[in-house]
Ligand binder design. Structure first.
Ligand code: RAM
Length: 934
């Protein structure tokens, strides 16, 4: 990870730094309300391995007096210390950046003394405004380092218990994937003397939980993150000082199968498996006198697979027999005489890296909204939302009773679960009671995508509180919210958010419920840009791009699914090319070039490999076409109608040309001017070849004229300038005529639909499409009771063989359109990371109001507009330190007022120019109220 997302809120420059000392606490923080001056870190990262992390901070705009405008940050000073006491005295013994004048005054790359394994660091920052006034020091934030070299693991070994797939008995069909019972590993040790600190680093594959003296370490679940195991595994680090005690101690680890011991071998396709679960661990104990001691995973540990988790499998569920609980197993004094010595197992892969992304957690609990009894002994709970996670069961009954929980997204007409679309995934948890009181159970090593839960075998009738849903996903920082006057659009937005949340599983998955749940590249090529509006995914996507590079074969090929649990090295452009598409979005939103430089070799290797397929300057490699267009028959998954399908070579050529243009920009950043020139020249040739082969000048359309075949050349700038308007007019005629203002696109075209329509002056048509209540549309899904987004436009009628109710690939560019167009909050690609903000709201006819906020690298931006009496009132706020270029769709400056004055004369507003259809201003920080006569 490059970045430390531990954000610090710096006391605002004005009004606070000049406050009398009496208004400040001893620590220099202000007492006045309602400022939020506490640290805003959602995470003080523990155990990172970036040796030059980037530190980010935002200025606290809420503390500023709202009538003060245009406050800029011009310089910063960062202090990094090895001890909080030093930092309190304003001493940065590791790094004192001094006062640095900067055009990026809200971030800095660590440049102090080398960071060391296991060490904790704290830091703070202050900034100066344009008058040279310093802010108060921010409160302190902190992070700890992981293990920077393999030597730091001392002699910790990989330990576990060997396993073999059982051979089927004569006449029996071999089972496709045999879930192992969970392993439990333990050892005891003594602690003598006063402990200063204790930290544990461990990697338990496939999934693990660690306990010290019976207490769970940390609160993460489904840990560690998924990776390309034979290349890299990820360890986690936790500070555990308070869990240790003087005298005898015990450490115990659960190991589940996860994807390491693969859930399947052949169904629905060939799946990689890596072996039985295993653990590597090191516990570092530092005494007050500086003495160090390490407890490591080695032959001294013991193991059993006779505990309560009899089987665990991500697709099928967990089988838990509470009668087999090994009470006290992770505490000292437990009799492990029946346990076996562990076996030392080979290491999983080449590298062991730190977890630089947010952990997966139980994010919220939801109570059922209804309970039905469709059949004798069968109870179906409705959680009211298609979500991802599992259930917490409460039950009371005789020992040996087994309660079964089955999960599904929808119901059959008879009220029973509809499970056909889960394919081979059984999505069923079993809990066998130990008896003797209320028992509460949550599975550990599985997860389900569901809205409905069927309980059978429950002793008596389950009460309403027998089940509670636990919503589980990567704990990412929210980055935005949106609301408008159209309720259907608000529901669609909520459905997108639920779908996106549920598909974060340390990788972005395609779906969370059936026997798939893979990191399909194509689904996120542009989808990630939409996600950036909702969550801070900087570290998350850097991690996934690292997974992609890890799958890369020596010749450059990248799997369509990363990590390559399904090794699909198809060499197609639109899926594998995501390796080169996502970095551009990351750079635009988060402004970090270093990642592009580091990732350049992998992107280049893929591009060079693909260049071998180029024929006549066109790229014929395409596997999936415009995946999942609305088909002619509602029962079909894929259309068979040639008029609905977009030519694969057209898609491959358009995308590869675009990727070459991006590569040329990356090459400049990576200091490879030769590559940059070569890729630009190649892109020029491809553009010419594309138009020559596919463009029908007379009809102003491409190839067979699907929506997608026009959208791509318009979006990527391939259409000849002189014919752009005509191509667009033909596209609009097609959409409004044949498609009756509905989508006619699949996964590819939908990434371009909304912005192309808006960019060419038809946001009203984009709005019509976005708010259509009938088929095919997002609104149709919502009206059919969807609470997420479907895999297919016809998800209610299509064949269940490929019909998930929670896929995000058809969201396309809808979210960027809501935030960047309707609310108008954008990054300027020329100054990535919101160094300059662009505010370009689209006051589209058909909406009465829009309200949105975005948390950006510059801080929080809000934009709200409403229409009344022939005018639009637009209220906007720019965070302290921010500068924005504002585009307002007015015919002339005289039509624009700000706080009742002609805008150009308003304080803090500068008229830059009058463009063709917009008046352009510059504003600095502050809140503004513009009035635009229509
Ligand atoms: C499906 C996946 C995914 C898509 C691929 C091509 O099975 O669910 O969303 O990318 O196929």
């Amino acid at each position: 990870m490059n970045s430390l997302w531990a954000r610090i809120t710096v006391a605002s420059l004005l009004g606070l730094a000049s406050l009398p000392a009496s208004a400040q606490t001893e620590t220099g923080q202000t007492k006045i309300q309602p400022q939020r001056l506490e640290c805003e870190f959602r995470a003080s990262p523990q155990g990172i391995d970036a040796t030059q992390p980037r530190l980010n901070w935002v200025l606290d705009s809420t503390a500023a007096s709202t009538d003060v405008r245009g406050v800029k940050a011009t310089a910063y000073q960062v202090l990094v210390s090895s001890a909080p006491e030093l930092l309190k005295e304003d001493q940065g013994d590791l790094w004192d950046s001094g006062k640095v004048r900067s055009s990026h005054p809200l971030r800095a790359i660590y440049a102090g003394r080398p960071l060391r394994s296991w060490q904790a660091y704290c830091w703070k920052v202050r900034v100066w405004d344009q008058e040279g006034r310093p802010s108060l020091w921010s409160p302190a934030a902190s992070w700890t380092m992981g293990l920077l070299s393999d030597h730091d693991w001392k002699n910790a070994k990989w330990i576990g218990m060997k396993a073999v797939e059982p051979t089927p008995a004569a006449g029996e069909k071999p089972s496709d994937g045999h879930p192992l019972a969970a392993r439990q590993l333990r050892r005891e040790f003594d602690v003598r003397g006063q402990i200063r600190s204790a930290t544990v680093a461990f990697c338990g594959l496939g999934l693990s939980e660690l306990y010290i003296n019976g207490v769970k370490v940390g609160d993460e679940v489904l840990s560690p993150p998924l990776t390309e195991y034979n290349k890299r595994a990820i360890y986690v680090v936790h500070e555990v000082t308070s869990l240790l005690r003087d005298g005898r101690n015990a450490v115990g680890a659960w190991l589940g199968n996860g994807r390491y011991w693969a859930p399947r071998h052949k169904v629905p396709t060939s799946t990689r498996t890596f072996g039985p679960p295993k653990l590597r661990l090191i516990l570092r104990i530092e005494n007050q006198d500086g003495g160090l001691r390490y407890i490591v995973s080695d032959e001294s540990w013991k193991v059993t697979d006779q505990g309560p988790i009899r089987a665990n499998n991500e697709y099928d569920g967990e089988q838990y027999d509470a009668r087999l609980e090994l009470t006290g197993w992770a505490e000292p004094g437990y009799d492990d005489g029946a346990w076996k010595p562990v076996e030392v197992l080979p290491p999983p892969g080449e590298k062991l890296s730190a977890r630089n992304i947010a952990p997966i957690r139980v994010i919220e609990h939801r109570r059922p909204i209804a309970k039905k009894n469709p059949k004798e002994g069968v109870y179906v709970f409705d959680m009211g939302q298609n979500l991802v996670g599992w259930c917490r069961l409460r039950v009371h009954g005789p020992a040996g009773t087994t309660v079964q929980l089955r999960h599904a997204e929808t119901l059959q007409p008879d009220g029973m679960l509809y499970v056909a679309n889960l394919r081979s995934a059984r999505c069923t948890d079993h809990y066998t009671l130990k008896g003797g009181g209320i028992e509460v159970y949550e599975p550990r090593f599985t997860y389900h995508g569901f809205r409905y839960v069927e309980i059978t075998g429950y002793p008596g009738e389950p009460a309403a509180d027998a089940l509670e849903a636990c919503v589980v996903h990567d704990d990412l920082e929210p980055a935005g919210d949106f609301q408008c006057s159209n309720e259907l659009l608000n529901r669609i937005h909520a459905n997108c958010r639920w779908g996106i949340r549920g598909n974060y599983r340390s990788i972005p998955t395609d779906c969370p419920q059936r026997d798939e749940r893979q990191g399909w590249l194509g689904d996120r090529a542009a989808g990630c840009h939409g996600e950036m509006q909702l969550f801070n995914v900087a570290a998350f996507y850097e991690k996934w791009l690292t997974d992609m590079a890890d799958t890369q074969r020596p010749e450059g090929s990248v799997s369509d699914v990363c990590p390559s649990y399904w090794p699909l090295y198809n060499d197609n452009v639109t899926w594998a090319g995501t390796i080169a598409l996502i970095p551009a979005w990351l750079r635009e939103q988060y402004g970090d070039n270093r990642f592009i430089v580091r990732h350049y070799a992998a992107m280049r290797a893929w591009v060079e490999h693909m260049l071998g397929y180029l024929a006549h300057d066109r790229m014929p490699r395409d596997s999936y076409g415009d995946w999942c267009v609305p088909p002619e028959d509602p029962h079909l998954i894929h259309s068979k109608d040639p008029a609905r399908k977009t030519n694969g070579e057209l898609i491959g050529t358009a995308y590869f040309e675009h990727i070459l243009r991006l590569m040329s920009q990356y090459a400049v950043l990576a200091g490879k001017p030769g590559d940059a020139a070569r890729y630009t020249a190649l892109a020029e040739r491809m553009k010419a070849a594309f138009n020559k082969r596919f463009f029908d000048d007379a009809a102003a359309r491409y190839d067979n004229g699907t929506q997608t075949s026009s959208l791509l050349p318009l979006s990527f700038g391939l259409a000849p300038q002189r014919r752009r308007d005509a191509v667009f007019a033909a596209l609009v005629a097609k959409i409004e005529g044949q498609s009756k203002s509905h989508v006619g696109v699949g996964l590819i075209g939908v990434q371009h639909l909304m912005h192309v329509l808006s960019d060419h002056g038809r946001p009203d048509l984009a709005l019509r499409i976005a708010t259509q209540p009938d088929y095919p549309s997002w609104g149709y899904m919502a009206n059919k009771d969807a609470t997420t987004i479907w895999e297919l436009w016809n998800g209610d009628t299509a064949d269940p063989a490929m019909n998930s109710g929670n896929h995000v690939m058809l969201i396309g560019d809808l979210l960027p359109w809501l935030y960047e167009y309707l609310a108008g909050i954008r990054a300027d690609p020329a100054t990535p990371g919101y160094d300059r903000i662009v505010l370009k709201p689209v006051f589209v006819r058909g909406l009465d109001f829009v309200r949105a906020w975005r948390e950006t690298m510059a801080g929080r931006i809000t934009s709200q507009w409403s229409r009344k009496d022939g005018a639009v009132v637009w209220n906007v706020s720019v965070p302290i330190g921010g500068v924005a270029t504002v585009y307002l769709s007015a015919k002339e400056p005289s039509k624009v007022l700000e706080s009742d004055k002609p805008a150009a004369e308003a304080p803090g507003v500068r008229l830059l120019r009058q463009a063709k259809d917009a008046v352009v201003y510059e504003i600095g920080s502050g809140t503004y109220s513009f009035h635009i006569a229509e």
